[in-house]
Design a protein around this ligand. Sequence first.
Ligand code: MLT
Length: 411
Amino acid sequence: MALVNENYLKLPGSYLFSEIARRVSQFKEENPQADIIRMGIGDVTRPLVPAVIEAMHKAVDEMGRPETFRGYGPEQGYEFLAQKIIENDFLPRGVKLDVDEVFISDGAKTDTANFQELFGLDNIVAVTDPVYPVYVDSNVMAGRTGAFNAKGQFDKLVYLPCTEENGLKPELPNTKVDLIYLCYPNNPTGMTLTKDELQKWVDYARENRAIILFDAAYEAFITEDNVPHSIFELEGAKEVAVEFRSFSKNAAFTGTRCAYTVVPKELVVYDSQGQSHSVNRLWLRRQTTKFNGVSYPVQVAAAAVYSEQGKKQIKESIDYYMANAKIIREGLQEAGFKVYGGVNSPYIWMQTPDKMPSWDFFDKLMKKAHVVGTPGAGFGVSGEGYFRLTAFNTKENTVEAIERIKAKFRS
Ligand code: MLT
């Protein structure tokens, strides 16, 4: 008799964005004329830029000629891409890395979900609340949490509330934790931490031999100074942190799939005898066993993000989305809503009108205004009463969506 992994049975409902997609398609079926504007899942609308397309075409042609064809690549990615990543994303910020500290993958979602495999089940995991649900669900599936309780949280997980009272910035845990997920610029709140604020987390991790799993998928959207682009800009961070990055949102790779994870060689984890082990070696072992690398044309395409043309073209897209973020933020503020984010991030986190439950607001907004967003409660208990909008639609749709929200829900 085959037995189920009972940890899966602890998960309530479906994955957040699958549930949203289900509700939207049901509404669409019942209302085929509805002109729906999607500002829910953080999926981009601008296509791959010309520099990327050109590079990908060339690489596809190479795959069709015997003398340039490539079979299996290195599981951890090609050096040509890792080198470009280091030269462009890290060296200018004073962060030196070796190519074998950069692991190319098919997504930051995949990597943030998989990385927990390297750690024992007795580790105490801390997450911010609200939080990107993948960090929580992947730890539930692995068996690192207890049951889903009446409060709507998993036992044994340490939740770090980000509320209006603390300016949506988590406070250091008051119990000892071992693994800490941080995402900055934050999904879903769009907030950031300053260098000093993030340094406190690095110091905590150093004092407690904890590890920070730092998701920097939205780094490209930072506009303000004093906001760290990489956790490795901070003193001592290489001893305690892993960083996840993605080409999805900055370079339109949501459908193409390419990301990377930096695992410094200084980072160690301990066994029950107190012996230290290299996390870099463990991740390499994991990836070489379970992953066969990102396809060659996609890695060539990702490398083109760093060409002169690529950088220029991508900056245009980022500026375009950030102009949308401003339209959303200012439009909602003018209408009297309390709004966070949207300055260093493509996400805007708004309070629902009269603190309406966020799934109710989701349904009302979809039905009355034909605008889709993401209910804050889907990101955790502290997300209740909030709603996330993304800046990834077209400018025209963004303007139209804000007009519709104002018309139906002026706060
Ligand atoms: C989101 O909307 O939170 C993201 O698009 C989800 C993801 O990147 O997987």
